[in-house]
Design a protein around this ligand. Structure first.
Ligand SMILES: Nc1ncnc2c1ncn2[C@@H]1O[C@H](COP(=O)(O)OP(=O)(O)O)[C@@H](O)[C@H]1O
Ligand SMILES: [Mg+2]
Length: 367
């Protein structure tokens, strides 16, 4: 099958910024990872997006845009357009060089049990502004069919692992605001779901206590002691026992669960919560992977990696260290998914989102 050049775009629940990545792929086995870029949100933009999450929580249909949502949607579209334009200039690319853009948008509500998932961002407007076809709204068809609409990235993780001939079983953990795992079985079978919190609670805590946007390297967490009793209690939450498929909204857990602890211990507790809930993924597999590959911004949190290794007994490595990209992994996935969408290939499966059958998704906007 033909190889296409795709730019993937991701703005995750951390609200840190827009990740941009160029890949060349046939949407199946052949993928070459190219350059990536990043356009951080300004403090003002982030404040608007935080208000959009609050207003999004009240939505009961996916098309209405009450409160600040209309403004936030315009911001998301503009920020992504700027991110692509800057990236293309940097890389010396023109629109004719790019076949398709995969545009995730910004999730402001994710309630699959109510058949509702809302990503703001105007795919039509982005296609017009860039002069490039845009595949967007990649979660909607899955959720409409009764799937969780998440995670969408497993098919990409498997393609990368197979292309590299990696030993299976293998776990790929993406630690964004929320954490999601892809477990690739010995025969390439997929099991994927959100494991629990990623960085979001720790970000919120550190921001509140110190003003910094995140716990750099996990240093604060590493300097504290987790509250074991609280951790044990947190891990009794029914979500961790529930069989996959399953997915989480960012608002399911709050950093306020550690409000009573000194900063270092609070951070240590949240880092341990992320690592231990991720390790609980092993409750749902037969053979334990010997290796976990970690991507997303959380790959830079050494304390979470250390705790994950202690919990799983596995070798825990970063996506960067295996020749992938921790920062760009999700954006690359959306480029890959856009190509699969264009080709009518499946992007979700019963074992990844609980979709009733393997199904494609995404909406194509032509410039
Ligand atoms: N140097 C670092 N040390 C620890 N954590 C980091 C570092 N840099 C980024 N992060 C974490 O990564 C997050 C962004 O990760 P990302 O994969 O973009 O998440 P999302 O998909 O939710 O946007 C930040 O909010 C922060 O928690
Ligand atoms: Mg991000």
């Amino acid at each position: 099958m033909s190889v296409l050049r795709a730019i993937g775009l991701m703005s995750g629940t951390s609200l840190d910024g827009v990740d941009v990545a160029l890949i060349e792929t046939d949407g199946e086995r052949r993928t070459v990872l190219r350059a990536s870029g990043y356009r951080p949100y300004t403090e003002e933009e982030r404040a608007l997006l935080r208000r959009a999450l609050a207003d999004g929580a009240t939505l009961s249909d996916r098309t209405s845009r009450p409160g600040v949502l209309l403004d936030a949607e315009a911001l998301i579209t503009r920020a992504h357009a700027e991110a692509v334009e800057a990236f293309m200039t940097e890389q010396g690319l023109s629109r004719a060089d790019i076949d398709v853009v995969g545009f995730h948008g910004q999730t402001v509500l994710h309630r699959p049990e109510a058949a509702l998932t809302v990503q703001i961002g105007d795919g039509e407007a982005l296609a017009r502004r860039l002069g490039i076809p845009v595949v967007h709204d990649l979660r909607a068809a899955d959720v409409a069919a009764g799937g969780q609409g998440a995670p969408l990235v497993p098919v990409f993780h498997r393609a990368l692992a197979e292309a590299a001939g990696m030993e299976l079983p293998l776990a790929v953990l993406n630690i964004g605001g929320v954490a999601n795992v892809t477990l690739i079985g010995a025969d390439g079978e997929l099991l994927a779901f959100d494991t629990g919190p990623g960085n979001a609670l720790l970000d919120d805590l550190v921001q509140k206590r110190t003003g910094a946007p995140y716990d750099g390297g996990g240093a604060i967490a590493a300097s504290g002691r987790p509250d074991e009793a609280l951790l044990a209690w947190l891990l009794t939450h029914p979500y961790f026992v529930r069989r996959p498929p399953k997915s989480l909204d960012r608002n399911w857990f709050s950093h306020r669960i550690v409000a009573h602890l000194p900063t270092a211990d609070a951070a240590a507790t949240l880092a341990a919560f992320t690592a231990r809930s991720a390790a609980r993924a092993l409750d749902f597999v037969g053979a334990r992977p010997k290796r976990w590959i970690v991507g997303g911004g959380g790959a830079l949190n050494g304390e979470i990696l250390r705790l994950l290794s202690a919990q799983t007994g596995a070798e825990v490595v970063t996506a960067d260290s295996v020749g992938w990209s921790s920062a760009a992994l999700e954006a690359q996935a959306f480029g890959f998914l856009a190509v699969r969408s264009l080709k009518g290939l499946a992007i979700t499966y019963p074992s990844t989102t609980g979709a009733p059958q393997a199904m494609t998704g995404g909406v194509l906007a032509r410039p």
